[in-house]
Design a protein. Structure first.
Length: 452
């Protein structure tokens, strides 16, 4: 087992032995993708650790295609698209065994004067964790990413315009040992690479859609969970590509089940004990009831952070195991928030995020909403029992446009994240909506080419 994290001394020793010749420096962008550089170990050790590194500030001001777009205060053509600082977080330095001779570490993004960029996802989560710390609390989390695996390569999928792809499994393989054995060479390679990088895997399993699978990781501190999430997502795509496959975390690829990213969260005190239960170890605590009330009150305003893309909202369909109603229930998969676990393991599972979610933003949003309930002493929301799909309950926003309007107009989001951050992510949504609204889709051609 390779050690979990690398010290600088260990990195230097491994570099001198020729075991590591590349250091991947990356920061998560607005979409949760890793952006950065590959640097040589000697340069990293001699220069980067002392002085950090720089990169173009447009990395937090682009669309999904990485094209510079207008509307961001952070940077623009008028401001010359200058640099910001990639500040290495040495605690995240680890081997990247899926890439020969590589190590990887994550960076925070800083502006002039060493000021953390307020709209950087990692910074946003850290600020909410600091707020929790002010209450003597820490957040623990896990994310369950589903993906679709195809026999086609990424290049073939592109050339086919993503039509007629062959899924790695051709029927529902939910929990199937036989079906998952068909793809075990790829899934095993991913599991083992993550273990070798010190990212502890709990299990992998088949899911409902054709070629759909899930790999789950050990519960841990919220920031570390998000760091491992983005490294895993990058590694899984790289491994699949190397083996001639394409792997997609797209929220809703087709009319069948979408890719979810159920996001688990619990709070602990300084002694590591759960604060979601009363002293009897069974009854929900007052803090839990307030936290849940905050989640429910502000979930619609935060949908942009749970479902950040136009495609995300197509995943919310009745009877699909993706939620449509804002309610909480005990081990109830029809609710947006499912409470499960016992004793120390009791936690809230947020079923709103899809596979396209940025985990830093999702957890920052959950903590901010829950803290609003605690600090505002929100009245408890009753437990829901039954089928939330058909019940008379508040609903999840149906489109990115609706979510962006709620997010932008919310007093809560401005108070929790600041006006500059709200404006930044509202512009992200506008950019995507403008791009989609000017595109002519296949659906329109099939509907209108002949018959209109």
């Amino acid at each position: 087992m390779v050690e979990k994290e690398l010290s600088l001394a260990a990195l230097q020793a491994m570099a001198e032995r020729g075991e590591i010749d590349t250091v991947v420096m990356a920061a998560p962008d607005m979409q949760g993708r890793l952006q950065g550089k590959r640097v040589m170990p000697r340069f990293f050790l001699e220069s980067v650790t002392a002085e950090a590194a720089e990169g173009c500030a447009y990395l937090l001001a682009t669309d999904i295609e990485c094209q510079p777009v207008q509307g961001y205060h952070l940077t623009s053509w008028e401001k010359g698209y200058g640099d910001f600082v990639f500040k290495p977080d040495l605690a995240t330095l680890r081997p990247a065994p899926w890439q020969p001779g590589a190590a990887i570490l994550l960076c925070d993004i800083e502006l002039a004067g060493g000021r953390p960029a307020p709209m950087a996802p990692r910074t946003m989560l850290k600020r909410q964790l600091d707020r929790l710390a002010g209450h003597g609390l820490t957040a623990w989390a896990a994310t369950e990413l589903e993906f679709l695996l195809f026999k086609d390569s990424y290049e073939t999928a592109w050339d086919k315009a993503y039509r007629g792809l062959t899924p790695a499994n051709q029927y529902n393989n939910d929990y199937s040992i036989l079906g998952t054995a068909r793809v075990e060479p790829v899934i095993r390679r991913i599991r083992n690479a993550m273990e070798q990088a010190g990212i502890q895997v709990e299990n992998s399993k088949g899911e409902c859609n054709l070629g759909q699978h899930e790999i789950n990781f050990r519960y841990g501190p919220a920031l570390a969970t998000c760091d491992k999430h983005v490294i895993y997502k990058e590694a899984a795509k790289e491994i699949a590509a190397e083996m001639g496959h394409a792997l997609s975390f797209m929220a809703k690829y087709n009319e069948r089940e979408g890719n979810s990213c159920h996001t688990h969260l619990s709070l602990r005190d300084a002694a590591g004990a759960t604060v979601f239960l009363d002293g009897d170890g069974h009854s929900p605590s007052k803090l839990f009831r307030q936290f849940m009330a905050g989640l429910l009150r502000h979930a619609a305003e935060l949908a942009l952070f749970f479902a950040p893309n136009i495609n995300s909202y197509k995943r919310y369909a009745a009877g699909s195991f993706a939620p449509t109603a804002l309610a909480w229930g005990l081990d109830n998969r029809t609710c947006a928030f499912r409470v499960l676990g016992h004793g120390k393991s009791i936690r809230v599972e947020n079923r709103l995020p899809g596979g396209d979610v940025n985990p830093y933003l999702a957890l920052a949003a959950m903590i901010a909403a829950g803290l609003a309930g605690v600090e505002g002493d929100y009245a408890p929301v009753p437990l829901f029992e039954g089928n939330a799909y058909t019940a008379d309950l508040p609903r999840i926003p149906r489109t990115l446009s609706e979510a962006a309007t709620l997010f932008t107009g919310s007093e809560f989001t401005h108070a929790a994240f600041g006006g500059d951050v709200v404006a930044h992510y509202a512009n992200m949504a506008r950019v995507e909506l403008d791009a989609f609204n000017t595109a002519v889709t296949d659906w329109e051609k099939f509907r209108s080419f002949e018959r209109m």
